[in-house]
Design a protein around this ligand. Sequence first.
Ligand code: SAM
Length: 599
Amino acid sequence: MPTELVWEGKFDAKGCKKAPLRVQLPFQEVETINESALDRGKQLALFHAGQTRAWRNRLIWGDKKYVLPSLLPEFAGQVNLIYIDPPFAVGSDFSFQVTIETETFTKEPSMLEVKAYRDTWVKGLDSYLQWFYETSILLHELLSEDGVIYVHLDEHAGHYAKVLLDEVFGKSNFLHEIVWHYPDNFQGNVNGFANNHNILLVYAKRAKVKLKRLEIPLEKAVKRDVRVWSKTEKKIVAGRDEAGNLLYRTYETKFADDVWTIGQSSVTKAKSSEWLSYPTQKPEELLRRVIESASNAGDLVLDCFCGSGTTPAVAEKLGRRWIAADLGRFAIHTTRKRLLTIDNVRPFVVQNLGKYERQLWQKSIFGPEEQELQTRYLQFILKLYHAQPLTGNFWLHGIKAQRGVHIGSIDAPITEADVRMTVAEWQKALGERPTKGIDFLGWEFAFELNEITKQQAALAGADLRFLRIPREVLEQKAVEQGDIQFFELAALFVATTIKERTLTLKLTNFVLPLDYVPAEIQAQVTNWEAWIDYWAVDFAFKKDTFHNEWQSYRTRKANKIQTQVAYTYETPGTYQVQVKVIDILGNDTTKTLQIVIAK
Ligand SMILES: C[S@@+](CC[C@H](N)C(=O)[O-])C[C@H]1O[C@@H](n2cnc3c(N)ncnc32)[C@H](O)[C@@H]1O
């Protein structure tokens, strides 16, 4: 029996090792970015002709527990390089900073993120190791025969992880332990030695794989042009001196060894160009070395804990294909923005597991019988919302604090028709049971519900509220612990003007229900624009994927959004225009408008 690490929970009652969950859920494309209408047409044609569509890099919002097994049918044995920087401690991993004008606040993690952390750590190190073990098994299956994995850890778990990776990847496939040394970190008053390193464990799928040697520049000086340069000295132009003479930055190179000294300040200092306020962000130079050492242009790179998106950003710059995933809403948003700032970023898609994940949950919790499943689902959500069930109605499912409650189905958005029918039923029931209005709880909402429908319903005397059913509902422990909060949708106001074939959109207001916004953030916001971090437009929305054709967003350099955009249509017609806003807390709100271009 080979030496291996054992932890509580590694084996089931029969003495077999517990295997990872193997669900295979289809990914849903929620957004395409930087894809021209022409390319989109080509992709569609290929799809209809039964041919493989051109490759698109993928940014996936989801828990690795579902994402990794769902990638297997398409990517088992196909990934050339994996880099993971898994979460270790909560707080630093999940909280993020929100900047409003000049003030910065730390936003607490969402319940879902806390929950993932709790799951991982519920039994301390034992459950962390089981979580890591299951991750490693699936990553091993995704890796190609000549593939390499880099696992980024620190002194808390690195030694356990190495024994565990020996078991999953094979001891003989261990290639290196890299020390990432960041001497610019804390040097102050510590006991013993300042902690200024992390480790990266490198394994191959098969022992024969060799990493490429990397040349590391050793900078020497900036100096004036001279006739004779030493043979080993390389130089790049660094500007001119006062007399106009060319200045060169000179450097020598050496081959990197297994200690990589890369300053951390590039990602932690507000003045650095890389810094994105993401607490666990890693330097791009680190990822450059990882990617260049173990992949070639066109190879596929995977990171299922992408955080601020360092891996996809560097992979993009180095011409690799990439798949990046993260559980955090804010991580996905930070990554999307980061990629957009790269010159000529290739088109990519944003995906999630959406309703498929929910359907899986619904069947597993409420049983296979359709009728029974529906009733139990409604009861479950009503209970979470602290509402009483109402019988004898079709559209009105419950009542809470004198308001009727309608619950949207698990796999379809609440539509205007749903609202109309519910309001009609509510009016009929008014004599029996007076209510002030109706709360609609939905996973998704069809366009325009928030304003137009509200106005129409107000005419019928019904005050409507639309609240999102949070994804935490799917997590048993969050439910047990009463962690479920239903948040009201934000309202976005957009004015349109059309002159000949040119449409101008202007954001005129954005109203965020404030019940979940930290008080100190609320106090800082003096105008509605300050809530908006990013907005994008699909000028010819087809009611499927959101095709991002234009966007405006804040960066540290340009901390202002544009509130107006003009777009000229080539042909007359009736178009749906979808506007998507992502607020400074990472939540999105969409609004769909219908416009007519007459001639
Ligand atoms: C240490 S950070 C990665 C930082 C990243 N290397 C960078 O340069 O920004 C770990 C990330 O894992 C994500 N995460 C934690 N648990 C997860 C899970 N179960 N599935 C997917 N992502 C998860 C967190 O949201 C966090 O962004």
